[in-house]
Design a protein around this ligand. Sequence first.
Ligand SMILES: Nc1ncnc2c1ncn2[C@@H]1O[C@H](COP(=O)(O)OP(=O)(O)OP(=O)(O)O)[C@@H](O)[C@H]1O
Length: 617
Amino acid sequence: MRAEDPAIFADDAPASRRRRRSLAPLRMLLPFVARYRGTVVLALIALVIAAGATLAVPQAVRRMIDYGFTSDSSLMVNQYFAMLVVIALLLAAASAARYYLVTWLGERVVADVRTAVFDRIIGLSADYFDRARSGELVSRLTADATQIKATVGSSVSVALRNLVLGVGAATLMVVTSPRLSALVLLAIPVIVLPLVGFGRAVRRRQRAAQDTLAEASAFAAENIGGIRILQAFTNEPFASRRFRAAVEDAFQAACVSAAARAALTFVALFLIFGSVVAVLWYGANEVLAGRMTPGTLGQFVLYAVFAAGALGQISEVWGEVQQAAGAAERLAELLDEQPAIAAPAAPVPLPEPARGAVAFENVTFSYPARPAEPALADFNLQVEPGETVAVVGPSGAGKSTLFHLLLRAYDPQAGTIRIDGIALPDADPRAIRQRIAVVPQDTLIFTGTIAENIRYGRPEASDDEVRAAAAAARVAEFVTAMPDGYLTRVGERGVTLSGGQRQRIAIARAILRDAPILLLDEATSSLDAESETLVQQALEGLMRGRTTLVIAHRLSTILSADRIVVLDRGRIVEQGTHRSLTAEDGLYARLARLQFEVDAELRAGHRAAVGRGAAGG
Ligand SMILES: Nc1ncnc2c1ncn2[C@@H]1O[C@H](COP(=O)(O)OP(=O)(O)OP(=O)(O)O)[C@@H](O)[C@H]1O
C-alpha cells in the first residue's frame, strides 16, 4: 500500500482475528526456552528456596507467640529472632537470584524470538508482502515481542512462585488446623468460579486492545514513511484525524480492558479477604473457647493470607499470561509462514562461468493478488549473452513483471524461464539472484554513509573496490565535494541526495555487484542535461559486456540498444530497431512520437538555454 492513499486504511481488517481461549500458543516459546535449560533449573531452585523460606515464617511466628512471650528465658526469644534473620537472608538471596535469572531468561528468549521472526519475514516471498502491511509486521516484532518478554521475564515467574507458595501454604493450613481448613475449602468455589468467568472477558478485551494498537502503528508507519507525499498533498489534518481516531480506538479498547481487569481484581481481593475475615472470626471464637492456642491461630491466619495472596497474584498475572498467549499466537503465525518460493531439495548449480543468457518460453503469469488478469500472456523472449534489449510499452504493459519473474519474486503459472539454460525453479533462488544486478527506478538509500550505501551491492567488497565502482558510476564527482567524502551520512531513504546522485549510487552498487545480467529500470524523472549525461556515461560503463534488459524511458538508451521489444498487455506486439519500428508506424512509433521526441526537444531546448547562458556570461 502506498503512503499517498491512506483511505485504503479504513477498509483493511487486521490480518487475523482468530480467537483462541487457550494458552496453547505459548507452546511456541518452548524451543526458545529449552535452549537455556540450565538457567531454568537454577531459577526453579531459587524459586523453591524462596517459597520455602516464606513458608517457614509463620512457624517461627507461632513459636514466638506461644513460647517466646511466655517463657522467662530471653534466650528463646533471641533464638527465634535469629531464626527469622536467617530466613530473611535466605528469602532475600533466593528472591534476588530468581529475579535476575528469570529477567535474563525473558530478555534472552525475546531477543531470540525477534531474530527468528525477522529472519523469517525477510525470507518470505513477494506474494506475502503483496498482502501484508509492513507497519503491522513491525508492530509484531516490537509490541508483541515485548509482551512476551514481560511474560517470560516476570509473569510466569510470579505465577510459578505463587503457585508453589499457594500449594505449600494450603498444605500447611491443613496441617495446622484441619477444621479451619475445611471452612476455607467451602469458600474456594465462591472465589474461583467468578474469577474464571471474569478472566475470559478480560482476555477477549485484551486481544481487541492489542489489535487496535497494531492498526494505529501500521497507520503511523505508512504515513511517516510517505511524509513528503503526505505534506505535498497537504493531508496533515486528514492523517492527524485518522491517527487520532485510531489511537482513540486503542485507548477505548485499553480502557475497556483495564475496567475488566479492575473488576477482576475487586472481585478477587474482596472474596479472598472476606473469606479470611470470616475464618478469622471463627478461629477467634475457638481460641476464646480454649480449643486452639493463639500461636496456632496466628500461624494459620498467616498461611491463609499467604495462600490468598498467592491466589490473588495469580489471578492478576493470569491476564498478562493470556495477553502474552495472544502475542505468541501472532508471532507463531509469522514463524509458521512458508515462503512460496524456496530452493529445491537438490538445487541444480548454474553453469560456470556465467554467460548471461536469458530465455522466457511461453510464459503466462498473473499476480496472486489478481489471478484473473494475466500480466504476461504466452510470452517468449530470448536474450543472448551480452545483448542489450530495451523493453518499451505503455504503463501496465508488464515490463516490471519481467524483472520480478527473472528475480523469481513470483513463479509463472505456465511456461519456463531459464538463465544460462537452467530453469529457474530447479536452481536456488539466491544463486539466481547473485547473477543479477538491479538498478531500480527509485533507488532505495539506507540511513548510513555513502560508502555503506554503495557497498550494499556486495557487502564483502574492499574499500578500493567501492572507490573504483564509485568512480566508474560518476559518484566520485559529487562525493569529493561533500565535507566527509565517502563517509558523509545520508538521511533516511536518501532525502539529502538529488535524484541524479541517487541513481548514480544505484549504478555504483550494480557495478560493484559485477553480475552477468543487468536489469535496469530507467528513472522517469527528468534530470538536467548535465546530470543526465553523467548518469548516461555511468550506465554505459555498467552495461558493457553484460546481458542487459532495460525498461527504457530515454531515446538515447533506446538508440544504443541492440533490440527493442514493444510490450502491450503482457504480449510482445513489435520487435526491431528504432529505425525499423518507426517505419512500421505501430505502437512503438506512437509511443516514440509522444515520449521520446518530446524528451529530445526538451533537451535540445535546455542545451540551447545553457549555451545562451554561457555565451551571455
Ligand atoms: N504486486 C502486484 N499484484 C497484483 N497486480 C500487480 C502487481 N504488480 C503489478 N500488477 C499488475 O500487473 C500489470 C503489469 O504491471 P507492470 O508493473 O509489469 O507494468 P509496467 O509495464 O512495468 O508498468 P509501468 O510502466 O507503469 O511501471 C498491471 O496491470 C499491474 O496493475
